[in-house]
Write a protein that binds this ligand. Structure first.
Ligand SMILES: NC(=O)c1ccc[n+]([C@@H]2O[C@H](COP(=O)([O-])OP(=O)(O)OC[C@H]3O[C@@H](n4cnc5c(N)ncnc54)[C@H](O)[C@@H]3O)[C@@H](O)[C@H]2O)c1
Length: 438
């Protein structure tokens, strides 16, 4: 099939590339000239495991093309995906200006019937409103479908190739059939293809993210409770996880959720609820718990150093909002960075992929270290904010030699408190009792 994908970010680039990989002819459109030029040169603007190789292969074989010219991009496409950003607007609701802009330009250039598919996460009613707006510009028939994206950054290719489910919202069954044909290569192992109304599809995406955010804030609050009463959240987590009604997924305490989706999507749901006179008590609480959680590690550090962090050298491992990505949007680590800088600490930071993005924000206010051990030199403490695999089993002897003081603030419960104590570290976990050092 001939496909256009408008918006070549984490979602659009993965979508376009994976569809090209399954034999479709794909044109990826983005308004950012620099991004498109880089992609044409084979430079991948984001870090996503496995993506570069797929982009290179499909571009080389002519199935994947990049342009800033939307009219050219959509000219021959049968299906046009809209995957532009929908960031948080000034009042918490989703900013849909990118979707409206792309929709109006598609309508202006429509010369034959096409299917427009909204992939971006958008409030319920956006599908209908986009169709209404486009119909004001064009008399050519078109369909607007909704196909929310559920990929996880860091595992996006795998998620695309083996989706838990594909959700499509359509007004005509023929459109579902066309989309099913497109996704068929990815559904071979009986993965569900769920057809519903656009409104239900739009809502499904938000409710899914709300549920995941609920789980994170829930276990974070449980961790804080455990800590206050001397219980170990890791044992409690296992104790509840074996209950099949609860399970183990997404119940790991940490420094709060971040990224380009949960924070803005939770606030968009809050705005959606309020717009219809519903008080979104659960999601307001989830958001509030998360905001508070982002400060927990700093409060522990401040308490350890008796409120005096001025001049202390703090090593920080992990800056991206999660492992296996370079995405730092709303990353909790940056809240910690801001607090430590404000307290006068010197920060030596390391992240396997996100240093360039962080440097673009903080410039020379941080010391950037290519290697994680390098960040530890003369450090008064280490904080771990993102659980990259390479942080899990370091050489603790080397760490002790490099650090001025053997103190670890383990924001992701990467290390076992008992083991750390035996190795002579002062270890602060999340929701885990402290074990006195030998
Ligand atoms: N990132 C994720 O993990 C993820 C997962 C599921 C859903 N989503 C949703 O998918 C959408 C895209 O997210 P993302 O992370 O890929 O965003 P992104 O910011 O990485 O990429 C968006 C791209 O769209 C381009 N763009 C914006 N306006 C444009 C316009 N008018 N014309 C052409 N290009 C335009 C931008 O230049 C950018 O390259 C959002 O609605 C997001 O909520 C994201």
């Amino acid at each position: 099939m001939k496909i256009a994908v408008v918006g070549t970010g984490y979602v659009g680039l993965v979508q376009g590339t994976c569809l090209a990989e399954s034999g479709n002819d794909v044109i990826c459109v983005d308004k950012l000239e620099s991004k498109v030029e880089a992609l044409k040169r084979g430079e991948i603007p984001i870090y996503e495991p496995g993506l570069a190789e797929l982009v290179h292969r499909n571009a080389r074989d002519g199935r994947l093309v990049f342009t800033t010219d939307l009219a050219l991009g959509i000219q021959d496409a049968e299906i046009i995906f809209i995957a532009v950003g929908t960031p948080q607007g000034f009042d918490g609701s989703a900013d849909l200006s990118g979707v409206w802009d792309v929709g109006s330009r598609i309508a202006a250039h429509l010369s034959e019937p096409k299917i427009i598919v909204i992939k971006s996460t958008v409030p319920v009613g956006t599908n209908a409103e986009l169709a209404r707006r486009m119909a004001e510009t064009t008399s050519v028939p078109f369909d607007v479908a909704s196909n929310p994206e559920f990929l996880k950054e860091g595992a996006a290719i795998e998620d695309f190739n083996k989706p838990d489910r594909v959700v499509v919202g359509v007004r005509r069954s023929e459109i579902a059939e066309r989309l099913h044909a497109l996704y068929a290569p990815f559904l071979r192992t009986d993965r569900p293809f769920l057809v519903m109304t656009p409104e239900s599809a739009e809502m499904t995406k938000y409710v899914a993210n709300c549920m995941l955010a609920v789980k994170i804030s829930f276990i974070n609050e449980a961790a804080n409770l455990c800590e206050a009463y001397g219980a170990d959240v890791n044992d409690v987590r296992r104790g509840i996880g074996h209950d099949q009604r609860i399970g183990f997924h997404f119940l790991f305490p940490g420094v709060g959720y971040g990224g380009s989706c949960f924070p803005k999507d939770i606030r968009a749901v809050i705005a959606m609820a309020r717009a219809r006179g519903i008080t979104p008590r659960m999601m307001e609480a989830v958001d509030a718990v998360n905001e508070a959680q982002k400060g927990v590690l700093f409060r522990k550090m401040s308490a350890h150093f008796s409120g005096d962090l001025k001049g202390k050298t703090i090593a920080l491992w992990g800056l991206a909002f999660k492992p296996r990505t370079d995405d730092i949007r709303e990353a909790p680590a940056l809240v910690l960075v801001d607090a430590l800088l404000a307290a006068g600490a010197v920060l030596r930071v390391h992240d396997p992929e996100a240093l360039t993005n962080v440097c673009a924000v903080y410039g020379d206010r941080l010391v950037y270290c290519d290697r994680h051990y390098g960040a530890l030199e003369q450090a008064d403490a280490l904080a771990v904010a993102t659980e990259w695999n390479e942080f899990r089993n370091p050489d603790f002897e080397v760490m002790r030699r490099l650090m001025r003081q053997p103190v670890i603030f383990d924001g992701r419960n990467v290390y076992d408190p008992g083991r750390m104590s035996a190795l002579g570290f002062i270890h602060y976990g999340m929701g885990r009792p402290r074990v006195a050092s030998d």
